[in-house]
Write a protein that binds this ligand. Structure first.
Ligand code: URP
Ligand code: ZN
Length: 439
């Protein structure tokens, strides 16, 4: 099966040029100024006036995540459709074992849950407790091609690690050649604040951000960086949301530490004013870390430009209104998370590229190329070049639209970007050389 894409404008992280692309056997086999369709028996797309982007890679999604309020709204089928039609051809989800469950067993279970995924997928694997056999378990996962391990410094009562276990896990991951990815929030401090507020009968949504102030993230970032340095473990910090965390990351990078950082569209585009209002206006913004202040938004935009932030993930983890209602009398019970996988490209293109905050090449670096490099997919993915996988987004820069919670591929009835005006659209998504049609 051959596919010829003609007259598009190819955008890579470090170059932009007009060319035709031939895809064959799932790969890009030719890129040149003019490829003659007459000489080939192939399908054909005219991409005049469109950008050709390397398929997006979202390194942080939670499809079908179990919580006390039920599973996150999108399973691997609906979530991957939302990803594909938004411009993302690869996602990285998570394997979170139950207490006492071995990582290889949890991985096998998760692979079954992910069988309906329509885009490329992989997993970060979460050691949620220390045990001596972890070295063998981590080695097994790495041999199977899963070499990133996600640990939580928050959620101490369920999946969070204490400091001593965290350091031990980092040591093993480093020794086995993996990378640690860390949710940086000081779990004990947060639990103390949450319980204090509830004891004072302060149970509304507004106490969610107040129980997770900036320093609960930045102090955790500082600590995680120190532990990673001590154990020589490459570290990737997920969903960075504060200006103070950025300072620690910038300093560590300057000193030559192998550290990568991710932020998410919600921390660039929304702030804590969203927590003002009644439960039904505010519960959809309950996520961890919480939305911050405008000066944090601004610092994050700057950090995209200066290389402190490497990737934009979405932390896609939507819950329906009825699920959020599980915490109507107690903010601690509101399931944490919101969706975004389908809007990442539109939001970044509109509020980043068109607002001159990032270049179109940085847009590609942040949504695809850098994640491909950090997570070992480069140069198969993250770039349009001969020999790479034919995962390509045909991006139409023209259409204007408004994001609406009742008009998205995600199955969730809530959308934190509801009402956002956006420009640009993933006209067509090509996955392994195959055109993915919108339902
Ligand atoms: O609020 C969030 N981020 N929910 C998803 C789980 C996590 O903490 O990443
Ligand atoms: Zn997450």
């Amino acid at each position: 099966m051959k596919l010829l894409i003609k007259n598009g404008h190819i955008i890579n992280e470090d170059e932009s040029f007009q060319a035709d692309i031939l895809c064959e056997g799932g790969k890009i086999t030719q890129i040149s100024e003019h490829i003659d369709q007459q000489l080939l028996d192939c399908d054909f797309i005219d991409a005049s006036g469109k950008y050709l982007l390397p398929g997006g890679i979202d390194p942080h999604v939670h499809f079908h995540l179990p919580t006390k309020a039920g599973f996150s709204s999108d399973d691997f089928l609906s979530g991957s459709k939302a990803a594909l039609f938004g411009g993302t051809t690869s996602i990285i989800d998570f394997v979170t074992p139950k207490k006492g469950q071995k990582l290889p067993d949890a991985l096998k279970e998760r692979l079954i849950e992910a069988k309906d995924c329509r885009c490329n997928y992989s997993f970060h694997i979460s050691p949620i407790e220390w045990r001596d056999s972890l070295k063998e378990e981590i080695r097994y996962c790495i041999n199977k091609g899963y070499n990133t391990f996600k640990v939580y410094m928050a959620y101490k009562d369920s999946i969070g690690l204490d400091d001593s276990s965290l350091k031990k896990v980092m040591k093993v991951v480093a020794a086995e050649g993996g990378t640690i990815t860390v949710h940086c929030e000081m779990g004990d401090k947060i639990d103390g604040l949450r319980n204090k507020f509830t004891a004072e009968n302060k149970t509304g949504v507004e106490y969610h951000p107040l129980s997770r102030p900036n320093e609960t993230e930045s102090r955790a970032v500082k600590k995680a960086l120190e532990f990673a340095k001590e154990t020589s473990c490459p570290i990737y910090i997920v969903h960075v949301s504060t200006k103070e965390s950025l300072r620690h990351i910038k300093q560590a990078k300057k000193l030559g530490q192998e550290v990568y950082a991710e932020t998410c569209p919600q921390y660039l585009l929304l702030n804590d004013t969203k927590y003002k209002g009644d439960f039904y206006d505010t519960a959809k913004y309950v996520m961890s870390p919480p939305l911050r202040k405008e000066d944090d938004n601004l610092a994050l935009w700057e950090a995209l430009g200066d290389g402190t932030i490497d990737t934009i993930g979405t932390d896609h983890c939507p819950f329906s209104l009825s699920q959020k209602e599980y915490g109507i009398d107690d903010f601690r019970k509101i399931p944490n998370g919101a969706g975004g996988v389908e809007h990442r490209h539109k939001l970044l293109y509109t509020y980043g590229v068109l607002a001159n905050k990032i270049t179109i090449n940085q847009f590609v670096a942040l949504t695809s190329a850098n994640a491909a490099k950090v997570f070992g997919m480069f140069p198969d993915k993250g770039i349009i070049k001969v020999g790479a996988d034919a995962d390509i987004i045909i991006w139409d820069p023209q259409p204007s639209s408004t994001i609406l919670s009742n008009n998205h591929y995600s199955t969730c009835d809530l959308d934190i970007y509801d009402g956002f005006a956006v420009k640009g659209n993933a006209d067509l998504s090509i996955l392994g050389g195959e055109l993915k049609k919108r339902p």
